[in-house]
Design a binder for this molecule. Structure first.
Ligand code: ADP
Length: 415
């Protein structure tokens, strides 16, 4: 099957076209036919398209909305210009898989989208007011372009964490807030945590219920998950993606009383303070320079910038502290897995996070660690390290394509 994977943001659409089916999933022989993204939808949009094995194409176009952007993508995929042999017309696209941010408590795995599912995704808008509406626009646009007959599947960022036990997902707030408003930890990046735990299991040749790992997704957004017997039992992001680790522009954990305090001192509304915590904090806020880890590392090395060093230090300290607490939460783990732009590429950050975890049995091998960047997968701990460390590049699009196939074919979703 040729699966179109869509990730629709407020003014962007990212897509991949992946050829896969149950047979390909079993043999890891899925093929990526094309990928691309459209930015600044609603104005003069920037279009990047790339068919596998060809040079990337960049252009601009005036695209009014998600529908117009999707029309352009589908037209390009089917055209002779893209050179994708497998897809000559719209009929050669067999299903669409959507990344959907929030599935609330309703969605514990991926589902085929029908009117009822769409209504349930709408009900979660309250929990993800920025993301779910744009995901819904993408689903509606795809219905218009492909017709109601083409299967569309929703893959939720929150679904993997629905196995958290009550004691991990409830906040110690008055219980009626949970009952009335469903205020609880949902967790995000679920597709990424699930994918790397699955790859680890394949690399080790072990069963799902023998998979006991801590996964660190360190990108612009950062989160960590405790995975016991293949299930997520705790994670650092909360009701929203703001909680937990230090991120590019998000603070992660803070004392909740600070919000009112900043509001009073700086004359900001609570909404404005929340924007500061989401957009002006984290690596950017501490360094005063950038949210980009690669640039911060360069500043620290080349100019010995004190606040760049401090930002990196706080980032790594928070991650290490979470690894320690998750080891306690899950009564020990077999491996720590690094993924995301920072986790996959920065041996320095991985080393700083791991330093001081020797008591837990984690011993990195400096040469292996240095050799893993740019998409290389494998072990970075020393032989004999009782807590192993791996770098496993994430591939959320692949998992979305595979979930889409499994939903359409009626195969079990928990695998
Ligand atoms: P997103 O969460 O938006 O998908 P990514 O997973 O691509 O983002 O991660 C982006 C982060 O990865 C940025 O902070 C970037 O600086 C960092 N990064 C990418 N390559 C490197 C590298 N070689 N060394 C350090 N950080 C890197």
């Amino acid at each position: 099957m040729n699966i179109l994977v869509l990730n629709c943001g407020s003014s962007t659409i990212k897509f991949q076209l992946i050829a896969t089916d149950l047979e390909e999933i079993a043999h890891n022989s899925d093929r990526r036919l094309a990928r691309g993204d459209i930015e600044r939808i609603g104005g003069e949009s920037i279009v990047s398209l790339r068919a596998e094995g060809r040079e990337p194409e960049r252009s601009t176009a005036t695209l009014r909305d998600a529908r117009a952007a999707l029309d352009l993508i589908v037209h390009w995929i089917c055209s002779a210009e893209s050179g994708i042999k497998e897809v000559q017309s719209v009929a050669d696209i067999h299903a669409v898989g959507h990344r959907v941010v929030h599935g609330g408590e309703k969605f514990t795995h991926s589902v085929i989208i029908d009117d009822e599912v769409l209504r349930d995704i709408e009900k979660c808008i309250d929990l993800a007011p920025l993301h779910n509406p744009t995901n819904i626009k993408g689903i509606v646009a795809a219905r218009e372009v492909f017709g109601a007959g083409l299967p569309q599947v929703a893959v939720f960022d929150t679904a993997f964490h629905q196995t958290l036990p009550e004691h991990a997902y409830l906040y110690a707030l008055p219980y009626q807030f949970y009952r009335r408003h469903r205020i609880r930890r949902y967790g995000f990046h679920g597709t990424s945590h699930r994918y790397v735990a699955y790859r680890y299991r394949q690399l080790r040749g072990i069963a799902r219920d023998a998979t006991n790992v801590i996964t660190l997704h360190l990108g612009n957004g950062c989160s960590i998950a405790a995975i016991r017997k293949g299930d997520s039992i705790d994670t650092s992001m909360g009701m929203t993606p703001l909680e937990g680790l230090v991120m590019g522009t998000r603070s992660g954990d803070i004392d909740a009383a600070i919000i009112d305090f900043i509001g009073a001192k700086e004359g900001l509304s609570s909404h404005e303070v929340e924007t500061v915590l989401n957009k002006q904090s984290g690596l950017l806020g501490i360094s005063g320079l950038t949210n980009d880890m690669r640039e911060l590392l360069a500043e620290a090395h080349e100019n010995n910038d004190r606040r760049a060093r401090l930002a990196i230090e706080i980032f790594c300290y928070r991650a290490r502290k979470y690894i320690g607490s998750f080891l306690a939460a899950m009564a020990g783990a077999d491996a720590v897995i690094f993924t995301g732009g920072i986790g996959e590429n920065s041996s320095e950050v991985r080393a700083k996070i791991s330093a001081g975890l020797e008591w837990a049995g984690l011993q990195l091998d400096p040469e292996r660690n240095a050799a893993h960047s740019g998409g290389k997968e494998g072990v970075i701990s020393a032989d004999g390290s009782s807590l192993a460390a791996y770098v496993i590049p994430t591939d959320e699009e692949l998992l979305i394509a595979r979930d889409t196939v499994r939903c359409v074919r009626g195969a079990p979703q928990r695998y």
